[in-house]
Design a binder for this molecule. Structure first.
Ligand code: UFG
Length: 324
């Protein structure tokens, strides 16, 4: 049985990956400082409270659990915040990650799955973004992720550290049982905010910009279910174990939906009215972001199992049942 350390495993995507790792027969150990993550999201798993930048603690954990691979989810993820507070982003998302990689190299842990992002591409110059699309991030968040991608290439060449870089588009949804799900404070993501407007926790949802060059004027995004993202992590890990090679994959459904379409779909799925308000554009938002995930499908055999309706159904189930 392989032992996988999941750094940030108490967070939104990390906790779903942990659940799937367990289901697929891996031994997952969660490592999280709980600054953003939730203790309740760690269910029946080894848990170590620790910071990403704590090399000594990481070294001890690598030894104690005989760790074969690391999945890294412990990043700051808000574009707007990264513009206002770049120092925090460069420190947490680059400096501390390099210290984690050094701890891996020093302790002979050879495999790394890295959560990267569509934000590394910046403004798209093609309709669908493949791995070959130029990477010109337009905000510090995207810069931090791209920088680590570059570090990983050099660490592979110099130290033989193998990595899978997974660039998510818009992660959404929750596991089917509704026991874990998305919970950020403050919440900035579109779907949870729409569903809080549906459940009455908020009065309305603001549409940030209705004058984009899109079919209805609102931004278009590619929503991908958190379980589909999790399955890609495991496929990428297995491919690395098999081939001992680094690789990168863009992960999305390949289909774009506008903010207004998502709201309409949420009205249908929840059966609730959702009040909308027009608002100015949000800084740093590209008009359209849609993935070309052909490579993940071909090379990893990855399939997405959740369409937008199902994504919203699972997120709604979580919104109604959530305990944290
Ligand atoms: N939006 C609204 N109203 C809201 C919240 C969001 O109109 O209250 C709009 C945004 O302007 C954007 C779309 O909904 O057009 C999606 O916004 P999110 O904040 O949900 O997601 P982003 O596309 O900004 O960000 C996601 C990830 C980031 C990652 C980025 C990559 O959450 O971590 O994709 O581009 F950086």
């Amino acid at each position: 049985m392989k032992n996988v350390l999941v750094v940030g495993g108490a967070g939104y995507i990390g906790s779903h990956a942990v659940k799937m790792l367990k289901e697929k027969g891996y031994n997952a150990v969660v490592y999280d400082n709980l600054s953003k993550g939730h203790r309740q999201a760690v269910r029946g798993m080894e848990f170590v409270k620790g910071d990403l930048g704590d090399k000594k603690k990481l070294a001890a954990v690598f030894k104690k659990y005989n760790i074969d691979a690391v999945m890294h989810f412990a990043a700051f993820i808000e574009v707007g915040e990264s513009v206002k507070e770049p120092a925090r982003y460069y420190n947490n998302n680059i400096v501390k990650v390099i210290s984690l990689l050094d701890a891996m190299v020093e302790n002979g842990v050879k495999y790394f799955v890295f959560s990267s992002t569509a934000a590394t591409f910046g403004e798209p110059v093609e309709a669908k973004i493949s791995e070959r699309h130029p990477q010109n991030p337009i905000n510090p968040y995207g810069q931090t992720k791209l920088m680590v991608e570059k570090v990983l290439k050099d660490y592979d060449k110099a130290y033989g550290l193998k990595s899978s870089v997974l660039r998510y588009f818009n992660a959404a949804g929750a596991e089917d049982g509704g026991k874990i799900g998305e919970s950020h404070t403050p919440e900035t993501h579109l779907l949870p905010i729409i569903l809080q407007a549906a459940s009455g926790k908020r009065d309305s949802i603001k549409i940030f910009g209705e004058d984009y060059p899109t079919k209805d004027g609102s931004c278009i995004r590619d929503f991908v279910h958190v379980n589909d993202l999790s399955s890609a992590h495991i496929l990428a890990l297995e491919k690395m174990f098999r081939t001992n090679e680094s690789d990168d994959f863009n992960l999305g459904s390949g289909e774009g939906f506008s903010v207004k379409e998502v709201i309409e779909c949420a009205k249908r799925v929840t059966g609730r009215p959702i009040k909308v308000e027009a608002a100015p554009r949000r800084a740093g938002d590209p008009a359209v972001l849609v993935a070309d995930s052909a490579k993940a499908k071909k090379v990893l055999g990855w399939q997405t199992l959740y369409n937008l309706d199902k994504i919203i159904q699972t997120a709604w189930n979580w919104e109604l049942k959530r305990k944290y």
